[in-house]
Design a protein around this ligand. Sequence first.
Ligand SMILES: [Zn+2]
Ligand SMILES: [Zn+2]
Ligand SMILES: [Zn+2]
Length: 164
Amino acid sequence: MKRMESPAHRPWEEHDHAGCISDALHSAEEICRARGVRLTELRRRVLELVWESHKPVGAYALLEQLQQAGKAAPPTVYRALEFLLEQGLIHRLASLNAYVGCTRPGESHSGLFLICESCRNLSELDGGAIDDAIARSSRTSGFEPTRQTVEVQGLCASCRKGAR
Ligand SMILES: [Zn+2]
Ligand SMILES: [Zn+2]
Ligand SMILES: [Zn+2]
């Protein structure tokens, strides 16, 4: 899997977002093919809608968009989201009850997210150091973590500039 500084790390800066979307869809196809699971048309469409921006999107908003196109009953949309989560193609943000495309699909990682309170753009970072710290502290307590997500709220570089 290619690994480079992607514009998704600074989503609030102007960038070729069509490139983000096509990269994400391309990776998803590769990953599903390698795992022998099916990226059905609906699953692909849901992933594409999640990737429409770097702002987390709720299930209800996705559902509305799909229904406008005359597609998909609620359960099938939820199942598609469940599938994308299982395959690590999207993340669920608990604090916002919303979904965002994963920028490092196919790599095992837990989520570290910077979420701008003003423009709502989200950046996914490599949380390796934090993962280690959490694993160490949990072990000290005899606790075994199964999943963790770190969500950091604040102001992105662009919004900070605007606020000045
Ligand atoms: Zn983008
Ligand atoms: Zn991710
Ligand atoms: Zn912002």
